[in-house]
Ligand binder design. Structure first.
Ligand code: UFG
Length: 324
């Protein structure tokens, strides 16, 4: 299929582009490079540097490309920043996204695939894996902006017939052989812990040790980026439509992640214990049975060791990230 990908120079988008191309799809990437990296865009893809805020540009780009599907990864995604600058999140993740939705409708796009997030669930009461039926009560503008986009998708489907698949990612992690995780400001656990293994920081930080979990630290469901990309490819099949969680249904605590990073890298990785970070739920574990049953999704790299191993291979081969 011909697929138009926004945010295809970012961490998740670039690896999805690589997997789309490996599966013989044709890809055009649209990215303003505010967070992404030009060198992360596979050379087999066509690249357009542009911003979703520029309505004419995006309408013209999609009209000229005539894709069968659009995958929308472009967004700001820092929870903490969204609490201090909500305008940035609602403007980019919601308002600018409307330009893309309209462009897709005008160009007669058949399928719209959207990057949503577990942050739309907020602080779920449930300790069992979270299903798609869990009430969505975001607790920050980032999660709210993604939920607002989900709502727009429902209406665009009903009123314009735009079919969509929206994936609620849990903790995307790991790297491909060629492409990795590098952000201008890094807040995520695994890349920050591996930075210590590389000798680029003295110690990693554990945010909160008094959570109601077996070792007192937060539990998250880590999903390998290549498994996540495979779900996007399955979403392109005709007739697939709706909201899907993406995770492995297994939770690992912050301490367990750090320990796995020690084992995989063979480095000691000192850690210091700090206060809780605002807005962190104690436990987020995905129920992804719907994606398995309806999309035929089969995660191939489901263990934390496999995920961390792929991240360590990329980070140790690219200690300076894309600028090296
Ligand atoms: N953490 C640390 N030390 C660090 C970084 C993180 O202890 O240096 C902890 C966090 O407090 C949290 C866990 O590690 O308990 C995971 O934190 P991440 O920042 O890696 O990921 P989050 O679970 O906070 O957020 C991720 C995505 C969000 C998305 C969310 C949905 O980054 O975009 O999952 O579950 F909204």
């Amino acid at each position: 299929m011909k697929v138009f990908v926004t945010g295809g120079a970012g961490y998740i988008g670039s690896i999805c582009v690589e997997e789309l191309l490996n599966a013989d799809h044709l890809v055009t990437v649209f990215d303003n490079l505010s967070e992404g990296h030009r060198v992360a865009v596979d050379e087999r893809a066509q690249f357009i540097e542009g911003c979703l805020s520029d309505r004419e540009t995006i309408l013209n780009a999609v009209a000229a490309d005539q894709p069968e599907a659009v995958m929308h990864f472009a967004a700001f995604a820092q929870v903490g920043e969204s609490m201090t600058d909500p305008s940035k999140y609602f403007r980019n993740n919601v308002a600018n996204g409307i330009n893309l939705l309209d462009a897709a409708v005008e160009a007669g796009v058949k399928k719209f695939v959207f990057s949503s997030t577990a942050a739309t669930y907020g602080m779920p009461d449930t300790t069992v894996p979270i299903t798609e039926q869990e009430p969505q009560k975001p607790i920050n503008p980032y999660g709210e902006s993604k939920l607002m986009f989900e709502t727009m998708l429902k209406w665009y489907r009903e009123l314009h017939g735009l079919e969509f698949v929206a994936f609620r990612y849990f903790n995307a992690a790991g790297c491909s052989e060629k492409l990795g995780e590098e952000r201008r400001v890094e807040t995520h656990l695994i890349p920050n812990v591996l930075r210590v293994a590389l000798g680029q920081a003295k110690q990693c930080r554990i945010f909160g040790t008094d959570y109601p979990t077996p070792d007192g630290t937060c539990i998250r469901d880590y999903i390998h980026i290549i498994d996540l990309a495979q779900a996007h490819i399955l979403a392109l099949k005709p007739g697939k439509c709706g909201f899907y969680n993406l995770g492995n249904g297994e939770g690992y605590s912050v301490r367990e992640v750090i320990e796995t990073c020690r084992q995989v890298s063979g480095k000691p990785i000192p850690a210091i214990e700090e206060a809780r970070r605002d807005g962190d739920p104690a436990r987020l574990i995905a129920g992804s049975q719907k994606a398995i049953d309806e999309l035929g999704w089969k995660p191939r790299y489901a263990t934390l060791e496999q995920i961390v191993d792929s991240a360590w291979r990329w980070h140790s081969a690219h200690p300076n990230g894309y600028s090296g």
